[in-house]
Design a protein around this ligand. Structure first.
Ligand SMILES: Cc1cc2nc3c(=O)[nH]c(=O)nc-3n(C[C@H](O)[C@H](O)[C@H](O)COP(=O)(O)OP(=O)(O)OC[C@H]3O[C@@H](n4cnc5c(N)ncnc54)[C@H](O)[C@@H]3O)c2cc1C
Length: 551
């Protein structure tokens, strides 16, 4: 199948033409490229970075690793792929995941369809031809029938605008934009600013080798153990034997994890049994503390408070300095109001003589100086500052891509009050543009949900192709219904406005819930409905003559 439109229809210099242009070589974009190619479309993928991996290309800081079990995060579309990749750990570190995604790209011969170092700087919809004209940072242009922006929810690093931030004369890094070469921490005076998921992974990974490590904490988080370990030979064999069952569980699970939900509310158990259960949770892997906890832990304030008390007691028992322990215990949110980080040796790091904690609520940062960081308590000198200060979640990458739809409407303007989407994949007024893994997706094991979106997008493209339609656009009504569902769903979510899931970490960003709290069941039911009704959530139209039509 080849592009059936005329790329030279306007007066601009000729640009390359593809059926499907994917942006982003993360786990979502790679899968979209695979699905597009296997559905017979010509396809190209543009990636700003110099390699494959997305999150797992950019976040190469020491300690970076999964919070999802490796084998539940990897692709499930190919039994052969599952069989020929043996994950080494239950929660793989960044290098292994980057290797895995490179392996996938090579195994399915996708690399020749990817251009690296190609940041999309603008994407404009051309109504005459029903195509997108995409400008790339290297000065080239690509024209595409369908544009799929798989640009990630956590791909735009954020650093707070602290006075003097750029004046620092030492080395300075953001965890989400880590350099390809090694960073030498040995014997250095290091500051880590931020104690969410990335900061708490980094701290124990470098604590031993640095001369000193000062951790600047704005908000304490409810960290619990990841409980990672190597996958044994028996477990490898079990994984292979149980592939179909695992795939079934993951393909139908609400959040894309394989852990079964618990069958009781907290106070159905007596007090001593609850304490035993909390201990069991503490020693269980990663997200089980959310997915397999007492069924009312997130929403019953008493059940939640008791679990928080249990974690607080653990922190006090691990951290030797009582004042530091108290600072590490969250006081402004309950467990599950923010995405909880998972840790390996984080609290223990503060027992080292070279590691100290600065609570920015007591002593805020005044400025960054050429030699270090100054708080209200005074200056401290550093060789390296690491900003573990998070991302512009959900909409960050799409908002920065210069997207203009029908009538030149900027996506930025259309979303000025927050994103409006259908299924988190398309928005009205921007025909032929899709964005899997963007805002309004569900919290959970990302590749599962994003993969569902890619599968549906591919079905829509195939439907359009089969019916010889050039233009696919979600109706205003479908978009409105989904967006209202997402906005209303904020009230049913355990997450609150203290979470970056509401965009509140970015000054000036509209405060909107950016996730679909209906999760995959909601996605599946709406998709089933759309398919049963002949894709009536979309309008389909033609701008070109069907092949073989006579004038
Ligand atoms: C440190 C860290 C750990 C995480 N751990 C987990 C986990 O354990 N489980 C989980 O489910 N999720 C996790 N996540 C979330 C993670 O982002 C997703 O799991 C997943 O990587 C999303 O894949 P993606 O392909 O949608 O986006 P990404 O992996 O973010 O890839 C997007 C790509 O698009 C590219 N791009 C963006 N804008 C442009 C542009 N204008 N032009 C060209 N290219 C562009 C970026 O360079 C990037 O490579 C983690 C995130 C981080 C930061």
């Amino acid at each position: 199948m080849t592009a059936s439109f005329d790329p030279a229809a306007d007066e601009r210099p000729p640009a390359a033409a593809v059926d499907v242009l994917v942006i982003g070589a993360g786990i979502t974009g790679i899968y979209q490229l695979y699905r597009a190619r296997h559905s017979g479309f010509s396809a190209l993928l543009l990636e700003a970075g110099e390699g494959v991996g997305g999150t797992w290309y950019w976040n190469r800081y020491p300690g970076a690793r999964f919070d999802s079990e490796s084998y539940t995060y990897g692709y499930l579309f190919s039994r052969e792929l599952f069989d020929d990749w043996e994950w080494q750990e239950h929660f793989a570190a960044q290098p292994e995941t980057e290797r895995y995604l490179n392996h996938v790209v090579d195994r399915f011969d996708l690399r020749r369809h990817i251009r690296f170092g190609a940041r999309v700087s603008s994407a404009e919809y051309d109504e005459t031809s029903g195509t997108w004209l995409v400008a790339v940072s290297d000065g080239s242009e690509v024209r595409a029938r369908f544009l799929v922006a798989a640009t990630g929810v956590l791909s735009v690093p954020y650093i707070p605008d602290i006075p003097g931030r750029d004046s620092f004369g030492g080395e300075s890094y953001h965890t989400g934009q880590w350099p390809a070469g090694p960073v030498d921490f040995a014997g250095k005076r290091v500051a880590v600013v931020g104690t969410a998921s990335s900061g708490v992974q980094l701290v124990p990974a470098i604590a031993e080798e640095v001369a000193s490590l000062t951790v600047y904490q704005r908000t304490a988080n409810w960290c619990t153990p990841l409980n990672n370990r190597a996958i044994t030979a028996e477990e490898q064999a079990e994984l292979r034997a149980g592939f179909e069952q695992l795939r079934e569980i993951l393909n139908t699970s609400i959040h894309g994890f394989h852990h079964p939900p618990h069958d009781r509310t907290a106070f159905e158990d007596p007090a001593d049994e609850r304490q035993r259960f909390y201990d069991q949770m503490w020693n269980s892997p990663g997200f089980t503390k959310l997915t397999s906890h007492y069924t009312d832990m997130l929403f019953n304030p008493e059940a939640n408070a008791e679990w928080c008390d249990f974690i607080a007691a653990k922190i006090r028992s691990i951290v030797e300095d009582p004042a530091t322990a108290e600072r590490l215990i969250p006081t402004d949110h309950r467990f599950g109001e923010k995405r909880p980080p998972f840790v390996t040796g984080y609290y223990e790091s503060f027992n080292r003589p070279n590691v100290s904690l600065v609570d920015l609520r007591e002593t805020p940062i005044v400025r960054v100086t050429p030699t270090g960081i100054e708080t209200t308590e005074g200056p401290e000198e550093f060789d390296i500052i690491v900003w573990a200060t998070g991302f512009d979640f959900g909409t960050g990458a799409l908002a920065r891509m210069g997207i203009r739809g029908r009538g030149g409407l900027a996506l930025l303007d259309y979303w000025a009050e927050g994103p409006r989407t259908f299924l988190g994949i398309q928005t009205h007024g921007f025909p032929n543009l899709f964005f899997p893994g963007g805002p309004h997706a569900a919290a959970g094991n990302n590749p599962r949900y994003n993969g569902d979106q890619v599968d549906f997008i591919t079905d829509v493209l195939v439907y359009a192709q089969e019916h010889r339609f050039d233009v696919v656009e979600v109706t205003e009504r479908s978009e409105e219904r989904w967006t209202n569902m997402v906005n209303r769903g904020a009230a049913n979510s355990s997450f609150s406005e203290v979470s970056y899931y509401f965009g509140t970490n970015i000054p000036g960003k509209p405060v909107r819930y950016l996730l679909n709290s209906g999760g995959r069941p909601k996605l599946f039911s709406v998709i089933a409905d759309v398919v049963a009704n002949d894709y009536d959530a979309f309008t389909f139209s033609r701008v070109t003559e069907p092949a073989g039509a006579t004038g």
